[in-house]
Design a protein around this ligand. Sequence first.
Ligand code: 1HN
Length: 349
Amino acid sequence: MSTNLGTMEDLPLEYRQAVENANTTPLWPLMRKALPHDTPVPQSKACLWAYDTIRPLLLRAGELTPVEKAERRVLILSDPGRGKGAMRVAGPIFCGMQLLLPGEKAPAHRHTPSAARIVVEGEGAYTIVNGEKCVMERGDLILTPGGAWHDHGHDGKGPVIWLDALDLPLFIDLEAAYSVERELQAPKNRPDASEVEYATPGMVPARRNGHARPSYPMMRYPWTNAEKGLRALAEHTPRGEPVELDYVNPETGDACLPTMGFTAMMLRQGETVKPPLRSTSAVHHVVEGSGKSTVNGETFAWKRGDTFSAPVFALIEHAAAGSEPALLIRVHDTPLQQKLNYYEERPRP
Ligand code: 1HN
């Protein structure tokens, strides 16, 4: 049943002014805007951010603005569906590209939103998360959960660039966004947990009586592990079926962060993948290879370093190009939707 609801213009001007003066608003003219029929109407619009475009702009930022003047030298990937300067990439997800130059240090802080980084280029940088030093190698996923102290440093040569993903828009909507600063952290003198406590798939540190399991046991997910896992899975997955691995908390198997999910994807040479329509927003970052993706009828050709978004319930088709498989990491808000007892997949039309 589809009722024809009254509009604001149906109401006498004198009444519209009276309700406004009383700090009220009639719901019925706004009802369909708030709750469209049958399917959400996303504001977010699909977009591709080519690394060849972003990289020189970031390097120029490095000349224009010293890190001391920036705290974090980040170019925000702004959702074109929300007008210029939008502080989000799609749905409740913020993404930006960050530059750190040799010898620079980005000061320690902690904030209410959670963040994760995917390393795009360069060697020699590290992030210290609550005292744990995580080296940043290309493709690594490194978490800084809400409330965790983190600072970045760079002892190598050449620029280091990474993609940041945060649930910042959600925290802004909750009026819960703030950060606290402190002195740089002294790192513990040991490798990160992926190389010590969780170096063996399927095994975790022995459970001792009274020892609480940490909420965030592993901050760094090395790309070398993800790639190895994808290639092994691909060997035994029928073509056309997705070759995907979720990044999880190794103690619980739950998503590695409360609101954002991360999925490593492999598209084999010449393969086309047609995912179902999903109720989540997504951002895809290309770690290896090239290909193209059609999102709601618009085709984006991509290669290593590029990032592209897809709004909720987008009709998406991915295809690998070239003689190598394409490997991507997808950032999405599935853990948040599932916590709200909401997540939907719908068949393709
Ligand atoms: C932040 O703290 C970082 O710690 C990166 O590297 C990106 C974007 C918005 C707000 C805070 C970081 C950020 C950020």
